[in-house]
Design a protein around this ligand. Structure first.
Ligand code: ADE
Length: 256
């Protein structure tokens, strides 16, 4: 975790649309984390580092082809300016791009240990490859689809990392049994009323028997994960009981 004495976890964001970062962080948990000085989001306008009157940050690709690329120089200058203010010299520089390593909950947890980072949002058809080769220290994708820029991906990363920082999500909201934290999909949850349009909440949840409830939840997680994301079962930590239950489900002709 980021050291509380060193101040908030700080996300520098390099973008040509700095105002995109205002509204998503003005609500809910993120707004509270920022006002409690647990998190800081600092957008930097890449155009401020363009040397010309038109503040040009893109250009045609050598060799031809469609679209425009983000030029190297404004990105190098913007990263160097942001990094020069960093509290630690090894502040990572992360490019958001569909070519990056996938953002998983394990990567999110790894980033909670980084107190300050620079997030580079690409736009147009991509960035000059020298940015990848000589400027960034990491490249992250939020999924196998193409966004019109890295901004939304940067917001996703900031949100996912921030909610795991100490004090950001209260114990009432808790992140402990989130899907993926346990390596499994979360069990079903219900709130009042116990019956709605004749659909009843499972009896076990109303029983007050905490051991039974925990067992039901674990089994529902396993069942849902087997049905929807069987790939997760290869890496989840499973007990002998879990394995037995999964074996039963796989044998059950009515399960599939
Ligand atoms: N920029 C465009 N598409 C992206 C993606 N899938 N992940 C991260 N950054 C992106």
């Amino acid at each position: 975790m980021a050291d509380a004495l060193a101040g908030p976890t700080r996300f520098h964001v390099l973008t040509i649309f700095p105002t995109m970062f205002v509204s998503p962080f003005s609500e809910g948990i993120m707004a509270r984390a920022i006002s409690n000085e647990l998190v800081e989001v600092r957008p930097h306008d890449i155009r401020d580092y363009a040397p010309d009157r038109h503040r040009t940050v893109d250009d045609y690709p050598f060799g031809g082809g469609p679209g425009m690329l983000m030029k190297a120089a404004p990105l190098f200058d913007a990263v160097e300016a942001a990094r020069s203010t960093a509290r630690s010299a090894d502040c990572p520089v992360i490019l958001l791009s569909p070519q990056g390593r996938p953002l998983t909950q394990a990567v999110v947890e790894e980033l909670t240990r980084v107190p300050e980072m620079v997030l580079v949002c690409g736009r147009y058809e991509g960035v000059d490859e020298r940015v990848r080769d000589y400027l960034v220290t990491d490249e992250i994708s939020i999924g196998d689809y193409v966004l019109s820029g890295g901004e939304l991906a940067a917001m996703v990363l900031i949100d996912a990392v921030s909610r795991l920082l100490p004090g950001v999500v209260g114990s009432i909201e808790s992140t402990e049994d989130d899907s993926f934290t346990t390596g499994l999909i979360q069990h079903p949850q219900y709130t009042r009323p116990a019956e709605y349009r004749s659909w009843r909440v499972p009896d076990t949840l109303l029983s007050g028997n905490h051991a039974e409830i925990a067992r039901w939840r674990r089994r529902e997680s396993l069942r849902k994960t087997l049905r929807r994301r069987p790939d997760l079962l290869e890496t989840a930590e499973l007990t002998d009981d879990d394995e037995k239950y999964l074996h039963q489900l796989r044998q059950d002709q009515t399960f599939h």
